[in-house]
Structure formats: C-alpha cells, structure tokens
Design a protein around this ligand. Sequence first.
Ligand code: NDP
Length: 236
Amino acid sequence: MTTQRTVLVTGGNRGIGRAIAEEFIANGHRVAVTVRNGEGPAGALSVKADVTDAASLDAAFAEVEEKLGPIEVLVANAGITRDTLLMRMTDEDFEEVINTNLNGVFRVLKRATKGMIKVRFGRVILIGSVVGLLGSAGQVNYSAAKSALVGMARSVTRELGARGITANVVAPGFIDTDMTSELPEAQQEDYKRRIPAGRFAAPSEVAKVVAWLAGDDAAYISGAVIPVDGGLGMGH
Ligand code: NDP
C-alpha cells in the first residue's frame, strides 16, 4: 500500500480528471478537485476554480490546504480544444487554448510547488497529449500548449528534483470523453484505424497510470513523458 497523500486534480467534475480523482479516492488518498460547474466524485472535496482566474485559484488552494493539508500530488488536467486549421485559427482561438492549457498549468504548478517544497515531497503530473510531440492538423494551438508541458516538467525536475519532487507528463492518445465524442464519426473511425490498439481508451486507463506515477514505487521517474495511447505516438 502506498503512502496516503493529499491530491489536487484540476477539472475533476468530468472526463479524465474525474476518473483520476475516483482512482485516488479508491486508493485511500485525500482528494480535492477543482470544478467550474457541478461536483467531483463522491469522496472528493470540490472547490470552485477556473484555471484562467488567479484569484479563484488562490481561494481554492487556501481551502484545500486548510481542509486537507499541503498538496503533495498535483494533477494538472483541466484543458480545452478550439480545433480549426491554421488558416482559419483566430488569435482568440490560439490565446484561449494557451491561457487554459499552458498558462493555467503554470498557475496551479506555482501554487502547488510552494507547499511541496516545505514538506520536501511532491508529485507533479501534467496531462499532456500524444499530439504534443506528434503534431495534429487542426490543433496548432492545442499541440503547442501540450508540447510546452514537456519543457515545463523537465525544468521543474531540474529545479526541484533534489527536494523529493518529481514532475512528469502523462500523454494520452484518444480517450472516450466529451472531448473526443465531439469529433465527427468519420474522423473517430479514421483515428481508430491509425491506433495500433485499434480502439480508444477508457478514462480509467489513464487514471491508473497517473495513480501509479504518484505512488511510492515511481519515486525515481522524473522528466518523463509517459504515453497512454495504444501505440499511436510510438517513437515520439
Ligand atoms: P473534458 O472536455 O471531458 O473535460 C475537461 C475538463 O477540464 C472539465 O472538467 C472542464 O471543466 C475542465 N476545464 C476546462 N477549462 C477549464 C478552466 N478554464 N478552468 C478549470 N477547469 C477547466 O476533457 P477530457 O477529460 O477529455 O480531457 C482532460 C485532459 O486530458 C485535458 O487536458 C485534455 O487536453 C487531455 N487529453 C484528453 C484526451 C482525450 O482523448 N480525451 C487525449 C489527450 C489529452 P468544465 O466541466 O467546467 O468545462
């Protein structure tokens, strides 16, 4: 049994974030999730926050730390897509995705690592994407933000590695959530043909990898990009 930790997952009301929160709860950890609407799973402390709004994060972190103690495991999961080809992509499409998927991760990372340094333990897990390194037509904004998380995790590893803190990127391929169900059926079928595993994954398949990475057995893994993609991104 791994040591019980205080865990914060951003975007824990649905999709992959919710599955990650459920996995940590099932493993007996103290779990908080940020939500903009709705609630996280039963057993989680749900705190309202938007990763683009610094003041809302200050309040959320204060509440989590007061109720559950310093955050030892951060899972930066909240993310959006605004897919369109470069020629049609507006400045707003680009900036909105960067502000949520990259700047938003920085905002939570900065707040979480403060406490991790104090307790000399931390697991930073950034939810990237296979397209961060593979690239993706229609996702110049999204893939740029996701690839930036690799540099972020590796820089955190260099800065804080000696203080008991690891930082890694988990890079999912196609996972069955609202994000992928919005894709046209024909596009989903095309992707399935290109994935060696021949299928999309369930959110729980990402959650189990995240939970393992946060556990005692993964203490010597840092600065890594861990694919959960059925082989789609092999070699990247
Ligand atoms: P969903 O669209 O199902 O859920 C996204 C989550 O992020 C929701 O909880 C949403 O909250 C939250 N969120 C979005 N914007 C903000 C914000 N500004 N502040 C706070 N929370 C926000 O996505 P998935 O579960 O599929 O994706 C989760 C992560 O995994 C994302 O980072 C995504 O890029 C990544 N990923 C997903 C893949 C997939 O195939 N599904 C593949 C690779 C990576 P709300 O409900 O309020 O909108």
